[in-house]
Design a binder for this molecule. Structure first.
Ligand code: UT7
Length: 356
């Protein structure tokens, strides 16, 4: 009998602090009109000083577990996809598992930048399908605000913080991953990079002074590559599922730039009602972007059992990923599960101290 990995729980967390485009215009030479027209972003969430990547993850994960009704002690594996871990060492996943009370779970972090959640979903699915594990938590999380140069207008306006989580459970029922494609091209290394803090450029006074621990990006180069690769990854995932664009009920793309999403929509003739977008509220949250968009698509009645969802992401590396899943869970479980909600801290519209 085939074992499938079904998504039985889902959750997200966005820090309560809202930073608007007008807030950013007080920090750098930018304005709301430029940011909205070039990116679609209106505001983003910024983690408070005392919030950690583990805390964001745990908030999203607790909701996912509550929706599924699973005791954390039953978890076999916690995968955390992030490029902004709590520490270079140890792995954030291990801290998340401890905090959740996942006493017998294994844990590892996965670094594939903005594509990390889809790499995690493919990995988690493989662990379940192989029969090795039955309950796997996959989290995409970032606190990018701590890795931004707040004097560089070409990057600081783009990113935000957040977390999204799904629980994969073994089942002999049909559904779950129908096809996927993972991609990498190290030729893009210089295009999106945090140049220091690794073994090539260990931290020093000079690297700190030169702000080399923050994200540097060749925006227009990345834009061109992303626009092409998002389409290619979408097609590759569909081929792997034996499906075409017309077979998809909902598209959940990485929320990096609304123009990139529109360009892929145009390429394939995908209507707006099949394309979930929440970039205006959160900006680019890297590995958290796809799961946060998935959770909000479910919360906004875009998804019902039997629907086919195509998720596509692109990010630093370069990396990219596409996955087609057949949705099986009752979306209203999120409302019924005790303690569960789509966790959105009450928005606080003041300039983030953490970011200045
Ligand atoms: O998630 C990982 C993948 N990342 C992405 O997919 C990001 C892909 N890239 C992009 O989304 C876009 O390239 C950006 C949004 C980053 C930039 O948009 P663009 O249309 O490619 O603008 P540009 O970089 O070509 O810059 C155009 C102009 C420049 O001025 P000049 O040289 O024409 O005078 C920039 O200096 O816009 C200027 N500019 C800004 N102006 C106001 C750059 N950033 C800003 C800003 N506010 N924040």
């Amino acid at each position: 009998m085939t074992t499938n990995a079904l998504i039985t729980g889902w959750g997200m967390y966005a820090p309560s602090h809202v930073m608007t485009n007008d807030d950013l215009a007080k920090l750098v030479d930018t304005n709301d009109e430029w940011i909205v027209t070039r990116t679609g972003i209106r505001e983003r969430r910024i983690a408070a000083d005392d919030e950690t990547t583990t805390m964001l993850s745990v908030n999203a994960a607790r909701d996912a577990l509550a929706v599924a009704g699973l005791d954390p002690a039953e978890l076999d594996l916690v995968i955390v996809a992030t490029c902004t871990p709590d520490y270079p060492l140890p792995a954030t996943s291990v801290l998340v598992a401890s905090e959740l009370g996942a006493t017998r779970a294994a844990g590892f972090d996965l670094q594939a930048a903005c594509s990390g959640f889809l790499y995690g979903l493919a990995s988690g699915t493989s662990f379940v399908r192989s029969g090795m594990y039955r309950n796997v938590l996959v989290i995409g999380v970032e606190i990018l605000s701590r890795f931004l140069d707040w004097s560089d207008r070409s990057t600081c306006v783009l990113f935000g913080d957040g977390a999204g989580a799904v629980l994969l459970q073994a089942s002999d029922q049909p559904g779950g991953m129908l096809g996927f494609d993972l991609f990498s091209d190290g030729g893009g290394c210089e295009a999106i990079i945090v140049p220091a803090g690794g073994s090539i450029n260990p931290a020093s006074h000079a690297t700190v002074d030169a702000r080399q621990h923050t994200i540097k990006m060749l925006g227009s180069e990345v834009y061109k590559y992303a626009t092409r690769q998002m389409g290619e990854s979408a097609l590759a995932a569909l081929r792997s599922a034996g499906m075409t664009v017309d077979d998809v009920d909902q598209f959940v793309f990485h929320q990096a730039n609304l123009r990139i999403i529109h360009s892929v929509q145009k390429q394939f003739g995908i209507p707006d009602e099949k394309t979930f977008v929440n970039i205006e509220k959160y900006g680019n949250t890297s590995a958290a972007s796809v799961p946060m968009a998935l959770v909000e698509a479910i919360a906004s009645d875009r998804v019902k059992p039997g629907d086919r969802i195509l998720m596509v992401a692109f990010g630093a590396g370069y990396t990219a990923g596409g996955a087609v899943i057949e949705w099986t869970a009752d979306p209203s479980r999120a409302l019924l599960a005790p303690g569960s909600q789509t966790r959105l801290g009450e928005p606080q519209r003041t300039l983030a101290d953490a970011a200045v």
